[in-house]
Write a protein that binds this ligand. Sequence first.
Ligand code: HBI
Ligand code: FE
Length: 437
Amino acid sequence: LVLRIRESGGSLSRILKTVEVSHPTWPDPVLREARARAHFLCFLPSGSWPGGLATRWLMSAVRSFQNLKGTVVQLESRPSKTPGCQLDILVTLDMARTGLLQLLRSLRQSGALAGVTLLSENKVDAKEAWFPRHARDLDNCNHLMTKYEPELDMNHPGFADKAYRERRKKIAEIAFSYKYGDPIPHIEYNEDEISTWTSVFRTVVDLLPKHACAEYNRVFKMLQDEGIFREGAIPQLKDMSDFLQRHTGFTLRPAAGLLTARDFLASLAFRVFQSTQYVRHPTSPFHTPEPDCIHELLGHMPLLADPSFAQFSQEIGLASLGASDAEIEKLSTVYWFTVEFGLCKEQGVVKAYGAGLLSAYGELLHAVSDKPEHRPFEPASTALQPYQDQEYQPIYYVAESFEDAKEKFRKWVSTMSRPYEVRFNPHTQRVEVLDSV
Ligand code: HBI
Ligand code: FE
């Protein structure tokens, strides 16, 4: 797409930032065959434009690419040689062909353009859809959701706390610059952070023997014996990662915040868990709207050291590779009602294994009480159950065991539309694609 636009203000670098956020996604199954890569040429007429109009126009163009599920492959600008135009912008897009037609039409109708020319269009083999094939590729799977960030959300307890936001930024930068193979950076936690950890840790120690599943309690004890779980010190991700690696081969890598479901699930396929490293705001030690390292450490890590649970987590990850957006949504829902809020049965008694319950005692007590509805875990129906993350869940799904949940999950995944199989080769850390064609 070459856009000839006049720019007299605003900043192109902001647009480029927006473009970087767009991420390769897999089209819906019906559109798979009709995916194309296209180059366009557009002209913006001369005339006197108010400052920054070109920037705003391009922002709205980027929004329509995203709305039509297009991926920006390349975006380049140069001073225009056409009289009356300041910039030519070349955009190469991947999108479904039905979307391309719609896009051309809407660009031509947009008053800001004098003309649009489609330079070329190549049908792209649907199998080119990108997903990580090696654990190293997870360096590209760190796209964040802009939800609940202390910088952006007025309801975040850290919104008005400048020092807290600075601290968050510093820890986020560590995650953004982390590359596969780097040692996990050590964080020197401050007094506030450590005392938040200690107060959550105490409630967990009190409640979990009674309400957590046996697998969790078994690993929790090992972590205490090794001195990784204790009052007065937040476990370092490096130590936890080494511990997990010894038990199930899972490793950790630092994440800057809430990742997109696609990126987060993809890492599980490689037995990699992307973990935040910052601590929730000290004014709300027992509740956090976003993941923090206390939730990851107390909620997720113990079960990642359990072989059966580790396998279940990896299989959700493998199922997500190359899945359509609609399928990612379903897998996230299954993840939500199992890994985050799952219950299981032990000799007829309901126990918790979901990380969101094991790291938040309020909801834990609610979940195992007789107030909410308990339903048997059945992936096909669980995947369609709407959920919210603002209040306690009204419904929980109860698994017979991890093995049983895995069996049911495998059967359900086999009904998904992916035209190939994937398998993880632990020797090479590579995902191998077994093509059916
Ligand atoms: N990102 N950092 C991080 N931690 C999570 O636990 C997490 C995430 N992104 C999405 C997610 N969990 C899930 O709720 C599913 O959407 C996969
Ligand atoms: Fe979580």
